[in-house]
Design a protein around this ligand. Structure first.
Ligand SMILES: NC(=O)c1ccc[n+]([C@@H]2O[C@H](COP(=O)([O-])OP(=O)(O)OC[C@H]3O[C@@H](n4cnc5c(N)ncnc54)[C@H](OP(=O)(O)O)[C@@H]3O)[C@@H](O)[C@H]2O)c1
Length: 261
């Protein structure tokens, strides 16, 4: 027997398993494709023997379809399942129903090199008793933030945070393409600008966004200049549509209101 089993030895599964080993846990690992492991872990030859080896089973594979393809809830009697695979709230709720009262779902807000280091945050939701019992183990990965008994809550927050990240990255890639069109590099200015703007992050859910008409006009310049520079507008055009709709909307309507319609 070992303390923890990790199923999935991709980049993230390996980081999780390595941090457990470094934290003094005994660890069993399994991966669909043999040959992927981490130093100090015991490699199981089958999913069944990996699950049987530990009272806590951490799952981290590409998606829920992959997880459900090799895991049967029947194999988990008496074990706590912590699923750190990225998925939707509906998939998390569905898995919770299938795996029962010892199921905890999670969303990792870190990249593999951050696991076990300051700044790493993992969101959890699902069975609070199961979470409390395994919390000391999970804290090895980083801050362990429990968001409530609804198993879909961690996935919703995870995807909301990823939306913020990808929205920002989309703008960043567009900015890089714009300046690259004249062999310039905007990165130093861009990092400082985005950091400054974080301090005035829009509050849009509960108050009207100001000067939407002005922003909608300026945004047309951004789109026109992009086309002039030979840069595709696919990533940034939808924001212009939203600003225009916001400028035309009834007073008091926020951009978040418009997105929710
Ligand atoms: N890497 C990150 O920056 C990061 C950050 C936060 C969250 N995550 C999440 O963590 C999870 C794992 O990501 P990763 O970075 O480890 O991805 P990865 O390096 O691409 O590894 C994918 C893992 O999924 C396994 N897998 C894929 N299809 C499978 C199937 N049908 N049956 C069994 N196993 C299957 C792979 O096994 P094989 O080796 O056999 O292909 C491998 O272990 C994902 O849900 C991802 O969204 C990743």
């Amino acid at each position: 027997m070992t303390d923890v089993t990790v199923l999935g030895m991709g980049a993230m599964g390996r980081a999780l398993a390595s941090s457990l080993v470094a934290g003094g846990q005994t660890v069993t690992v399994w991966n669909r494709t043999p040959g992927r492991s981490v130093p100090g872990a015991v490699v199981a030859s089958s999913v069944g023997s990996a699950v049987a080896a530990s009272p806590v089973v951490v799952v981290c594979v590409v998606d829920y379809a992959a997880m459900r393809s090799f895991l049967s809830p029947d194999d988990f009697a008496g074990r706590t399942v912590v699923n750190l695979t990225n998925g939707t709230p509906a998939q998390a709720r569905d898995a919770s129903l299938a795996f029962g009262s010892s199921y905890v779902d999670g969303g990792i807000m870190a990249v593999p090199p951050m696991i076990g280091r300051p700044g790493s945050l993992v969101l959890y939701s699902g069975s609070s008793s199961a979470f409390s019992a395994v919390r000391p183990v999970l804290e090895v990965f980083g801050e362990a933030r429990f968001l409530g008994e609804d198993p879909g809550r961690a996935a919703l927050y995870d995807l909301a945070l990823l939306s913020g990240m990808y929205g920002m990255f989309g703008g960043v890639y567009h900015a890089l393409a714009l300046t690259a069109s004249e062999d310039l590099d905007v990165r130093p200015l861009l990092k400082a600008w985005l950091s400054a703007m974080l301090a005035v992050l829009p509050d849009g859910a509960d108050k009207t966004d100001s000067n939407l008409a002005m922003q909608a006009v300026a945004y047309v310049n951004l789109l026109d200049a992009s086309r002039d520079q030979g840069v595709r507008t696919d990533l940034v055009a939808p924001m212009g549509d939203l600003l225009a709709r916001g400028a035309a909307a009834e007073s008091g309507t926020t951009l978040v209101d418009l997105l929710r319609q």
